[in-house]
Design a protein around this ligand. Structure first.
Ligand code: NIG
Ligand code: FE
Length: 402
């Protein structure tokens, strides 16, 4: 359907990216953009004969933005899940050469087309649950060729499906086996070879690191941030997931778009994020899967006004959970977010975590990236875990398969 078509939703429960509206609303889309939203009580659909009436009732939200995923990889780690259920910890499995490195072996062995084929069902699961925009990280290649292969595969997914894909270079995810005992030399390779190559080829818009005892230390992360800045790439970080290395404050000082996980974040880290406008990306799927007990400091994040995003962290180790609305539910049940906070976290604030502060919102003039759901209210999307509620998904004013 051409983007010049006009569409109308009438008397919908509306979540606009920041809040749920108290009264039923009508939303008009013209020429690919939201042209008007107003109370349904003042709307007579027959006054808009040029617009196709797409639905009456139900719930309309911005398209969901999954701002942190590791969707592209080969193999799976069901055997490690079994080991963890038998008592092994995530860190112990990683130290024994499993964990991220076991996915690195499988991903290195896969061709780009095999990676695309393996990842497509995961992407389709996200789209079927309302995603219109998704970030995908590399990080299971850990060599120049394999990291670029992952990024190419991620970009290709965006050509094959109706979705916007944002790619992030996460070469500093784990130390590859051939660099054992030489972490600084690997970081040098990341900074001097991989970041320039990814930037030059336009394959990544951001750089991410795993700042952790089983990942990379503060000095190493700082080198990566400097290289990212030299090459005009945005900065993101996995930090304070398993311990508190104070990686969030460091990333914030480098103007990171977001810092993600944050279970062990302290008040100084929260203050630094507030000062620099860094988004806190909460990943309740990883918290749930690792049976973590340390909660991220939600009250402090609220108190300091740090925007909170919610993402799936879809990955084979800590969050093999490709259902965005499940993560809305987990963010509410496990972290105590309100349904509106969780929804804002997967729309307006998730877009902000991708460097798109105008996106993820239903407002006049915005590009029409929308989802219409079989739900009585926005809160229902976080309250009930139920597949097949999505009725329509619109990308840039074009109706896609739901
Ligand atoms: O976001 N923490 C590091 N990275 C991923 C896990 C990757 C994996 O276990 O394969 C995460 O939790
Ligand atoms: Fe992650």
């Amino acid at each position: 359907m051409p983007a010049s078509t006009a569409y109308l939703w009438h008397a919908v429960s509306l979540f606009d990216g920041l809040r749920s509206h108290a009264e039923p609303m009508s939303v008009l889309v013209e020429n690919g953009r939201i042209s008007r939203l107003w109370p349904a009580a003042q709307c007579n659909p027959s006054d808009f004969p040029h617009a196709q009436l797409l639905g009456t009732g139900g719930t309309l939200t911005p398209g969901l933005v999954d701002c942190h995923t590791h969707l592209v990889y080969a193999g799976n780690r069901a055997h490690e899940f079994a080991l963890r259920q038998a008592g092994a910890s995530y860190s112990e499995i990683a130290a024994a050469g499993g964990g991220i490195l076991s996915t690195v072996h499988a991903t290195r062995a896969a061709s780009e087309s095999a990676l695309i084929e393996a990842s497509m069902p995961r992407l389709d699961a996200l789209l079927a649950d309302g995603v219109t925009r998704v970030e995908i990280k590399s990080g299971y290649g850990l060599s120049l060729a394999d990291e670029l292969k992952m990024l190419h595969a991620a970009k290709a997914l965006g050509q094959l499906r109706n979705v916007h894909i944002h790619t992030t270079l996460l070469a500093a995810h784990a130390l590859p086996p051939e660099y054992q005992g030489r972490a600084d030399a690997y970081i040098e390779q990341v900074c001097d070879v991989m970041i320039p190559a990814a930037a030059e080829a336009g394959l990544a818009s951001a750089v991410d690191v795993f700042c952790e005892g089983i990942g990379f230390n503060l000095a190493q992360c700082e080198r990566v941030y400097r290289a990212a800045q030299r090459h005009g790439l945005a900065i993101k970080a996995h930090a304070e997931q398993l311990t508190n290395l104070h990686g969030s404050a460091l990333a914030a000082r480098y103007q990171a778009l977001s810092v993600d996980h944050l279970e062990y974040l302290d008040e100084a880290g929260v203050a630094a994020m507030a000062e620099h406008g860094t988004v806190a990306v909460l990943l309740p799927g990883a918290f749930h899967t690792l049976r973590e007990t340390q909660l991220p400091p939600i009250a402090l994040l609220r108190q300091y006004g740090v925007p909170m995003a919610v993402a799936s962290d879809a990955n084979p180790g800590t969050s093999p959970l490709c259902m965005p609305t499940l993560h809305l539910n987990l963010a509410c049940v496990l972290f105590g977010l309100t349904p509106d906070e969780a929804l804002a976290g997967m729309t307006a604030y998730a877009a902000r975590a991708l460097g798109l502060p105008e996106h993820g919102q239903i407002a006049a003039g915005q590009s029409a990236e929308l989802c219409w759901w079989a739900a009585h209210s926005p809160a229902e999307l976080a309250y009930a875990v139920q597949p097949n509620r999505l009725r329509q998904r619109m990308l840039d004013g074009v109706l896609c398969d739901a």
